[in-house]
Design a protein around this ligand. Structure first.
Ligand code: ZN
Length: 748
């Protein structure tokens, strides 16, 4: 066991044996710094004693990624290369045993834009720190870069070399918005986007502007629970367009509402399995799909695109003017607030602005905020009336589902599905977790109470043995006066024991209910032979008893403050358990009623219940949507501007700064010819049907096709996603030509 631990310790990089640290030489000082960066706090504390110039040297090394030979060798030895005699200069291809500093050295060559995403802070911030804080930040940077390498190797690309090659091929595309508005994407994605641009140019429409593609968003630091497909932005394969007018819709309430108002879902139903769709799009991008199969998909895209645009428009105009007007007033107040905030920002940036002017601008914000809040508050009571046309539609759908269930003799409220059971189980576990420390305390009190009783029973047994001896003393007879006094004393102790027992009774009753099933009484001791009495025996019994009352008091005082809380928690737990039992019984009963006898009947019943549960999910979403519309719960109606599950006013197109808002508000089909001709990216044109079809034809999946979580702004290169999902074993065909051009361009 110990040997195994020892081996483990030696094998773990970055956790050196303490004894390995000789008095600090320059290399060792740096080494300590580096260990600290690797998160070894115990070693890190040694850094506190470093002279400032050693810290400066370490910082310089970390900044440049260059480390002195001796420290490098020490690092390599720590990483498992015990026989290292000269510093290596390149990372091992697998990256597995290469020292962290070598694995990450290449990141220093990447453009600042990418480095800062890996680091999660800017180099500007880094440059403004004191030496000490800079060291700390450099440490974070070191750790983040190593985590980045691990995530990329273990989850997406298979090895360090592939990771490095991939990120070296991520570059900015020159779009129309100036130097600081560029689109950073992998060469595969850039090549296809250039092809889309050419394609659109021939159709006299410009490629729409965006600067949202590469985005690590911290996901490399927290990859837990995320699938490989999650990382398409992190790897420069995905691009978002016009997020506020093409938002990501995941909220079941919004989906139910859109369906209710427009008659269709907010995702594109392409009537293909996901795999077939991705296979076809990938082939289309590679020019390998047949004309016929491409045409079928693109026609379907066109029909669904038009349905979605029309649906979004209907949603915006469905309510009467009288309903929209008060909502518009809230948005006007929000716009005024945003203007006031923008003014202050502008004044602060400008030089030579008088303090009074700044203060006035700040006051204006407070005032505008007050006006906005008041407007929201005044409008909320009107919501049931404002949304009445919609809540009537929602009610009709809720009732239809209710009726369908009732016709089968089922009460949907009582029917619980897997998700519901999981929720109930989680709630029960939470209650039990809360009760656990209280139960531990109660158990320790119980242990005391048992011990006290054991002592008391032992004393009682001795008293009885003494009394038995006094009845027939042998071999000698005591002095009668002594005997009378002893007998009194024994009666006294017995009386005290009875009183103690009476005090223990409520404690035992309480413990019995707080710790169901617990035994609260000890076994009685065996009867004793008569015990010869003396003064010493009497005072020993008295002394033994006298220790007990204080212990009872302590037990009472410990149990008292938790007993109410624990019994409440037990009550909650048992009612939650009853809910689970009732739901289980109801479900079983429903399966039997809808199915029939035998195995076949059971299967039929399960199927009918599954169908009803699916209805119930929708039923719940419809009910929640109604309630949220009427009460603005969780700012459902008046949520601030958002690209994910926006509020109703944004979806109604009433919010300023959202490019028309809505579920899907693309650009017009025509216009922007001049920009198209110049090859310029357009901020006002081009996000239209021609663009969407061209993107799909060039191998991009459109996120709006994702049922239940339509990501309308989002496109991703199918080849790219599949490369990530294969753990780097699948090759890309996209980007080969552009890559060659870029390599040649760098040579001449
Ligand atoms: Zn996206």
């Amino acid at each position: 066991m110990r040997q195994a631990q020892e081996r483990k310790r030696q094998a773990a990089p970055g956790v050196p044996h303490r004894a390995a640290l000789s008095p600090p030489s320059e290399g060792n000082q740096l080494f300590v710094v580096l260990q600290r960066q690797a998160g070894n706090a115990a070693l890190g504390s040694l850094l506190d004693g470093l002279p400032p110039e050693a810290g400066a040297r370490a910082a310089a090394c970390l900044r440049s990624g260059q480390i002195p030979g001796p420290a490098l060798m020490a690092l390599q030895r720590q990483a498992g290369g015990a026989t290292t005699t000269a510093p290596a200069t390149t990372a091992a291809p697998g990256g597995g045993t290469a020292p962290a500093l070598l694995r990450i050295a290449w990141i220093n060559d990447l453009p600042t834009f990418i480095q800062e995403q890996i680091d999660t802070f800017s180099q500007d911030v880094l440059s403004k720190q004191t030496l000490r804080n800079e060291l700390k930040l450099l440490g974070e940077r070191f750790a983040n870069r190593v985590t980045f390498m691990n995530t990329m190797r273990d989850r997406l690309f298979g090895n360090d070399v592939a990771t490095e090659a991939h990120y070296r091929e991520i570059k900015p595309m020159a779009n129309a918005m100036g130097a600081d508005e560029q689109l950073w994407a992998h060469v595969s994605t850039r090549e296809r986007l250039l092809q889309v641009q050419q394609d659109l140019k021939a159709q006299k429409t410009p490629i729409p502007q965006t600067s949202v593609a590469l985005g690590l968003r911290g996901d490399h630091l927290h990859p837990e629970g995320k699938s490989a497909g999650w990382f398409t932005h992190a790897t420069g394969f995905a691009i978002d367009w016009k997020a506020h007018a093409a938002p990501h819709i995941k909220d079941p309430k919004l989906i139910a509402l859109f369906e209710t108002v427009t008659g269709g879902a907010p995702h594109l139903d392409l009537q293909m399995s996901i795999k077939d769709r991705l296979d076809l799009i990938e082939k289309m991008g590679q020019g390998k799909a047949s004309q016929a199969e491409s045409a079928v998909l693109l026609q379907r895209v066109e029909a669904e695109y038009n349905r979605l645009v029309a649906g979004s428009q209907k949603f915006k105009t469905d309510l009467p003017e009288t309903s929209l007007a008060p909502l518009g007033e809230v948005e006007a107040a929000r716009t005024a607030l945003a203007a006031a905030q923008a003014k202050l920002v502008m004044l602060r940036r400008r030089h030579g602005v008088k303090k009074a002017e700044i203060e006035a601008a700040a006051d204006a914000i407070t005032e505008a905020q007050g006006a906005f809040d008041a407007k929201v508050k005044a409008t909320e009571p009107l919501l049931p009336q404002i949304f009445e046309p919609w809540t009537k539609l929602l009610d009709a759908r809720i009732e239809a589902i209710d009726k369908e269930a009732q016709d089968q003799g089922v009460d949907l409220k009582q029917l619980v599905g897997d998700f519901g059971f999981k929720e109930l189980g989680t709630a029960l576990a939470a209650i039990r977790r809360k009760a656990l420390p209280l139960q531990t305390t109660a158990k320790s009190v119980l242990a005391d109470v048992i011990q006290i009783q054991q002592q008391a029973l032992l004393i009682a047994a001795k008293v009885e043995a003494a009394q038995a001896w006094l009845e027939a003393p042998a071999p000698r007879t005591p002095d009668p006066a002594d005997a009378a006094q002893w007998s009194n004393s024994l009666d006294e102790v017995k009386g005290d024991l009875d009183a103690l027992g009476a005090r223990l009774d409520p404690l035992k009753a309480s413990l019995g209910s707080l710790l169901p099933g617990a035994v609260v009484e000890p076994k009685a001791p065996a009867a004793m032979r008569p015990l010869a009495v003396s003064n010493a025996v009497i005072s020993a019994l008295r002394a033994a008893f006298d220790r007990l009352p204080d212990r009872v008091t302590k037990a009472e005082q410990t149990l008292d403050p938790i007993s109410k809380k624990l019994s409440a928690a037990l009550g909650e737990a048992s009612s939650k358990q009853k809910q689970i039992d009732d739901a289980t019984a109801y479900r079983k009963q429903t399966v039997e009623a809808l199915g029939g006898p035998g195995k076949a009947g059971r299967a039929k019943g399960e199927q009918a219940v599954a169908a009803l549960l699916e209805k119930k999910v929708k039923w719940l979403a419809l009910r929640d949507a109604k309630k949220s519309l009427q009460t603005n719960v969780e700012a459902f109606v008046f949520k601030a501007k958002d690209v994910r599950d926006p509020g109703i006013t944004q979806l109604l197109g009433l919010m300023s700064g959202t490019r028309g808002g809505g579920f899907f508000t693309p650009d017009p089909q025509t216009g922007g010819e001049a920009e198209a001709k110049k090859g310029a990216w357009s901020d006002t044109h081009g996000f239209n049907l021609a663009f969407v079809k061209s993107m799909i034809s060039h191998g991009f999946e459109w996120g709006v096709a994702w049922k239940g979580e339509s990501d309308t702004m989002h496109f991703e290169l199918v080849e790219g996603r599949r490369l990530l999902e294969s753990g780097g074993s699948r090759a890309l065909t996209a980007g080969a030509e552009l890559k060659t051009l870029e390599v040649l361009g760098s040579l001449f």
